[in-house]
Ligand binder design. Structure first.
Ligand code: FES
Ligand code: FES
Length: 160
């Protein structure tokens, strides 16, 4: 099968790859770029473990063809931190124990970041709505909501 050129920027780094047209964004991120923070779980668009930002909008990368991201800017969970300095949201997740097995955590972080980018001071209800598509198989929703709420209340301002 023919391969097509994909040019995109991921976490600030520009990439050019030749890929088959049916490959999914999640596959290219994980298998070609080694960004395995993005999780592949249900593979049907139902759980949001694979959430990334595509030009600032959250998308389920198992439901997006990689070539649809041509020319786009992608942010994965790896792009939230600045080297060893965690983002405010990541620090808050750690402090609030907002993870158990951690499998949903990358998608939760990216979805919550998208929410905070759009609405820096969401209410508890808005936080619930913002992450409602993200399934936590460990059912740790309360601590996740508290962690996002703490950032919304300005308790975590800087990377650290
Ligand atoms: S792995 Fe993409 S939505 Fe579940
Ligand atoms: S922490 Fe296990 S799936 Fe959410």
């Amino acid at each position: 099968m023919a391969k097509y050129l994909l040019c995109f920027t991921v976490n600030g780094e520009y990439h050019e790859l030749y890929i088959k047209p049916k490959r999914l964004l999640v596959e290219v991120l994980r298998d070609d770029l080694g960004l395995t923070g993005t999780k592949r779980a249900c593979n049907t668009g139902a759980c949001a473990a694979c959430t990334v930002l595509l030009n600032g909008a959250s998308v389920k990368s198992c439901s997006v063809l990689a070539l649809q991201a041509d020319g786009a800017e992608i942010l994965t969970v790896e792009g939230l931190a600045d080297g060893a300095r965690l983002s405010p949201l990541q620090r808050s997740f750690l402090d609030h124990g907002a993870y158990q097995c951690g499998f949903c955590t990358p998608g939760m972080l990216v979805s919550a970041q998208a929410l905070l980018d759009e609405n820096p001071k969401p209410t508890r209800e808005e936080i619930r709505e913002g992450i409602q598509g993200n399934i936590c198989r460990c059912t740790g929703y309360n601590s996740i909501i508290r962690a996002v709420e703490a950032v919304a209340k300005g308790k975590y301002k800087e990377k650290g």
